[in-house]
Unconditional design. Structure first.
Length: 125
């Protein structure tokens, strides 16, 4: 599991260098789920969501093994308009949170790599 988290976190720098800033980038395990979701928001994603999703899928597929890919259910593109502030938190290893309400979704565990205004948007469930 640690290797999966490390690999996902290592995507932040190349993605931002190639595409632009991220507003949110997190690996989350929803309550009652057995696989992870990768949540991503950025201004450049909203400009062409299909192209952005194709790009992100390729990046994830390139870095993860087939077994690790089975641990991820999908990439969820969030609307960037919900992130009014520039990202003020970045971590290659991810900020671990458990049992939280993340933007209205109950999350059992999460690793947040990039986020805007964490104090406001993360509330204990």
């Amino acid at each position: 599991m640690r290797e999966l988290i490390r690999k996902i976190g290592s995507l932040v720098e190349p993605i931002t260098n190639e595409k632009g800033e991220l507003s949110f980038f997190a690996l989350v395990l929803r309550e009652e789920a057995s696989v992870w979701d990768l949540l991503v928001a950025a201004k450049w994603i909203d400009e062409d969501r299909k192209q952005a999703l194709d790009y992100l899928v390729k990046q994830v597929q390139y870095i993860l093994t087939k077994q690790e890919l089975l641990e991820i259910s999908g990439i969820i593109l969030l609307q960037n308009e919900y992130f009014t502030e520039p990202a003020n938190f970045t971590s290659k290893t991810g900020w671990e949170q458990t049992d939280i309400d993340l933007y209205g979704v109950t999350v059992k565990k999460s690793y947040i790599f990039v986020a805007s205004d964490i104090e406001i948007h993360l509330e204990r469930a």
